[in-house]
Design a protein around this ligand. Structure first.
Ligand code: SAH
Length: 517
């Protein structure tokens, strides 16, 4: 059997987007992912669907896997002919023990690549508005381990040299030793007034910064109960934070927001959350598929085959548009056969999806849901006309029912089915328990019921209870009602029932709770 290859990859400091392009490419083609807690679990979304995931970090019921065991694991997997990625927080060569891993691979004649990453030593200060060098303030910086056993710390760090280095000092793994570190620095000649900052969980939603001076920082860290992991920055560059802090100013800073819609539709919402400084956590609980039964197919074929008979085609979702055109293609039906029909779209995104296929919507309501569409149809649609409604299997019944009452002949077809998807994510239940998901977004009723079911399948006994401490954001009143019927109180519902409206409402809510309004 051919030997595999091992990619030793820096995953960046926490924000999953801070991985390199080369690192991401390696992740996408690997058969096995070996990772620990410093790499974001969201990076696992990029793996091949059948990739094996091996967590080697700490678990409540297990200690961290020993370094020697990890080294051997990488060798064993590669010997099985697999493409393996070892994801490491930050950069793999900065206190990442990559040397030991690479050495054993080398000794076993296994190919490997070291793909650098963005180290927390530089990125975490940057996210706190602290550049590690500055033309006037620091012309060098040192990255120092603050950890190791206390005995070893004194042997391995030349405090006199470190203290008197000209520039910024960056300590990793040093939170627990902050008192000792500041003492040593003062003792060896740094002024007690030297500015210091500690940044916890930089680049993630939990990012928190404590600043002080060498003489008071220990007390401040204790008072703030700052826990690892954190980066310690010592030097005048810390003063820059007063003017340069930037992430904290973003409206959704500090918010980890669960995105439950289908993976294929999630990117728009996730990107908008990201733009506003929030951390989108994708956990898609729905998946849409074309119906595959013979009966469903022939019903669709028959309905589409009567293209010339429709006065109206009404589309109520982007998915509906996509699938409508996929079926036309499947049955070889040219869109021009609908030449008699006017096209109605429920909202601007649906209209955009239509427009991208060269069909301009004739009708777009002011309020983007079925009721709005009905209102705007009054006086436009006439009794005796025929309307085609290509929709999802879970679409609400109000539109066809109301149309029937108005004497419109409606032909409904389920052009797609919505099914439950349960992401393979062992982390979410735990994160919910620890209060690390701040807001949950629901963009349809099925996302509500499916999230509860998905959590149940991941072993959460009482899913509604598990979501108690989260803000619940629903795209519109119908979704909100489903949420409430399932024991969740919708605290955020926008006036405009679109993704943009939802994101705006999320930001407004934060402004209010931060007291800016
Ligand atoms: N190879 C990593 C460092 C590993 S040592 C890198 O290049 O970043 C682990 C230490 O890194 C932690 O104790 C902490 O000091 C620091 N660290 C890593 N990620 C961090 C983050 N998101 N926020 C704050 N500190 C972090």
């Amino acid at each position: 059997m051919d030997k595999g290859i091992v990619y030793l990859v820096g995953a960046g400091p926490g924000d999953p987007k801070l991985i390199t392009v080369r690192g991401l490419e390696a992740l996408k083609r690997s058969d096995v992912i070996v990772y620990d807690r410093l790499a974001s679990p969201q990076l696992l979304n990029y793996t091949k669907p059948d990739a094996e995931r091996i967590y080697v970090g700490k678990l409540p019921d297990r200690h961290t896997m020993k370094q020697e065991e990890i080294n051997q694991l990488l060798v064993d997997l590669a010997l099985q002919g697999k493409t393996v990625i070892r994801l490491k927080g930050g950069d793999p060569t900065v206190f990442g023990r990559v040397g030991e891993e690479a050495e054993l691979l080398h000794r076993n004649g296994i190919l490997y690549e070291i793909i650098p990453g963005i180290t927390s030593a530089i990125a975490v200060p940057a996210y706190a508005g602290i550049p590690v060098t500055h033309r006037d303030l620091a012309s060098s910086f040192s990255v120092i381990t603050g950890h190791e056993s206390p005995e070893k710390l004194d042997h391995s760090i030349y405090w006199d040299k470190v203290t008197n280095a000209t520039g910024t000092l960056v300590f990793l793994m040093g939170v627990a030793k902050i008192g000792y570190i500041s003492d040593q620095l003062i003792r060896h000649g740094r002024s007690p007034d030297t500015p210091v900052a500690l940044v916890q969980w930089g680049t993630r939603a939990e990012q928190r910064t404590v600043t002080g001076i060498l003489s008071d920082i220990e007390a401040k860290v204790k008072a703030a109960n700052l826990q690892p992991p954190a980066v310690i920055i010592v030097g005048d560059v810390v003063k820059q934070r007063a003017t340069l802090s930037w992430v904290e100013k973003k409206p959704l800073f500090g918010q980890r927001i669960l995105v439950t819609r289908a993976r294929s539709q999630a990117s728009e919402l996730a990107a908008k959350i990201d733009e506003l400084g929030g951390e989108a956590y994708e956990f898609p609980v729905i998946e849409t598929r074309l119906p595959s039964t013979k009966e469903a197919e022939s019903a669709i074929e028959q309905a589409l085959g009567a293209a010339e008979s429709y006065d109206w085609v009404m589309l109520t979702s982007i998915n509906g548009v996509d699938c409508f055109f996929r079926w036309l293609d499947r049955f070889g039906i040219d869109i021009r056969r609908f030449h008699r029909a006017k096209f109605a779209a429920v909202g601007p995104k649906t209209a955009e999806a239509l427009a991208s296929r060269g069909v301009r919507a004739d009708l777009l309501p002011e309020s983007f849901r079925a009721e709005g569409l009905l209102d705007s149809l009054s006086g436009v649609i006439a009794e005796g006309q025929t309307a085609l409604l290509p929709r999802g299997d879970l679409a609400r019944k109000i539109l066809p029912e109301e149309l029937k009452i108005r004497g419109v002949k409606t032909v409904e077809i389920d052009v797609y089915d919505t099914v439950l998807s349960v992401p393979e994510d062992r982390w979410l239940p735990e994160m919910l328990e620890r209060g690390e998901i701040h807001t949950v977004t629901f963009t349809s009723s099925s996302t509500v019921t499916n999230l509860l079911e998905a959590l149940r399948r991941l072993g959460v006994r009482n899913p509604a209870e598990a979501l108690k401490s989260c803000e619940i954001a629903c795209i519109g009143p119908v979704t909100a009602k489903t949420a409430e019927a399932n024991g969740l109180k919708a605290t955020i519902v926008p006036d405009t029932y679109t993704i943009d409206g939802l994101v705006e409402a999320l930001a407004d809510r934060r402004r209010v709770s931060k007291g800016e309004d």
